[in-house]
Design a protein around this ligand. Structure first.
Ligand SMILES: Nc1ncnc2c1ncn2[C@@H]1O[C@H](COP(=O)(O)OP(=O)(O)OP(=O)(O)O)[C@@H](O)[C@H]1O
Length: 249
């Protein structure tokens, strides 16, 4: 099976030779949805920053479609879409202008832009906000703009950091529907979230990060066989609790 994302022996962090994450190994195949879970400070966002190419590995490598970030920054960048934990918007651009900028960066023509942005705005109840500026939007609406931007494009990989925070129940439902639809079309997902019940329902496999290392990974049934004392009915929440009950530090 072709690998979309491959993280191999990755150690890294913010200060050279003082790694925060260590020996991280996992891969994501086409059409797979992977949940990245861990306590606050476990290293999820740091791992994601390495995947985005914002941090350089101290050891090991990160490849998307076989390429490292340093090899061809532009090709690497266009192979994924990223939804950050907190909305990052340009205050001087309207929502429509944000979407247009993304569509230009990813090479959509104006007919595709008009059609896709109208559909997404409808799905996220944002049609009447397209000509608004970010400072006039609520926190959840700003998060919806980040999601709409990411889903305007159709890359092989979506990297989504805590997507459900701040979204109303309809927004969460729209996002999940969109993720399932894109997954069905073959897209892959790496999703970091603390909402374990939702991840359990939607993800094929899980990576449990604890104190910067992978404590366990696999499908729910694999995790059950790795976690002592668990049974065939153990939930992701129960398995996670057993794996990390020593606390974050
Ligand atoms: N910019 C930074 N500079 C230095 N250290 C950082 C920086 N950002 C995070 N850290 C440290 O890296 C460690 C891992 O943090 P990270 O943000 O990856 O955790 P996380 O698993 O995403 O947590 P959360 O669930 O709270 O988002 C923590 O000890 C944190 O203090």
């Amino acid at each position: 099976m072709e690998t979309i994302l491959e993280v191999k022996g990755l150690s890294g962090g913010y200060i050279w030779n003082r790694p925060i994450i260590r020996e991280i190994d996992f891969s994501v195949g086409p059409g797979e949805m992977i949940g990245l879970i861990g306590l606050n400070g476990a290293g999820k966002s740091t791992t994601i920053k390495h995947i985005l190419g914002l941090l350089a590995p101290h050891e090991g490598s990160v490849r998307i479609l076989g390429r490292e970030a340093g090899q061809s920054a532009e090709t690497y960048r266009s192979s994924f879409a990223y939804v950050p934990e907190s909305p990052e918007l340009y205050e001087e651009l309207t929502i429509r202008e944000h979407l247009r900028m993304t569509s230009m960066a990813y090479g959509l023509d104006s007919a595709q832009f008009e059609q896709k942005s109208a559909v997404l705005a409808g799905q996220f109840d944002m049609t009447n906000k397209l000509d608004s500026f970010p400072q006039t939007l609520s926190k959840g609406m700003r998060q919806k703009v980040m999601i709409m931007n990411a889903f305007l494009t159709e890359p092989p990989l979506y990297i989504i950091d805590e997507p459900f925070l701040g979204l109303d129940p309809l927004g969460i439902r729209s996002l999940l529907e969109l993720m399932v639809e894109r997954k069905r079309q073959g897209a892959s997902f790496l999703i970091s979230s603390h909402i374990l019940s939702t991840l359990e329902t939607y993800c094929d496999r899980f990576i449990v990060l604890h104190r910067g290392r992978i404590a366990a990974q696999g499908a729910l049934s694999n995790l059950r066989s790795q976690v002592p004392g668990s049974g065939p009915e153990s939930t992701l929440d129960e398995l996670f609790y057993t794996l990390v009950k020593g606390g974050a530090s």
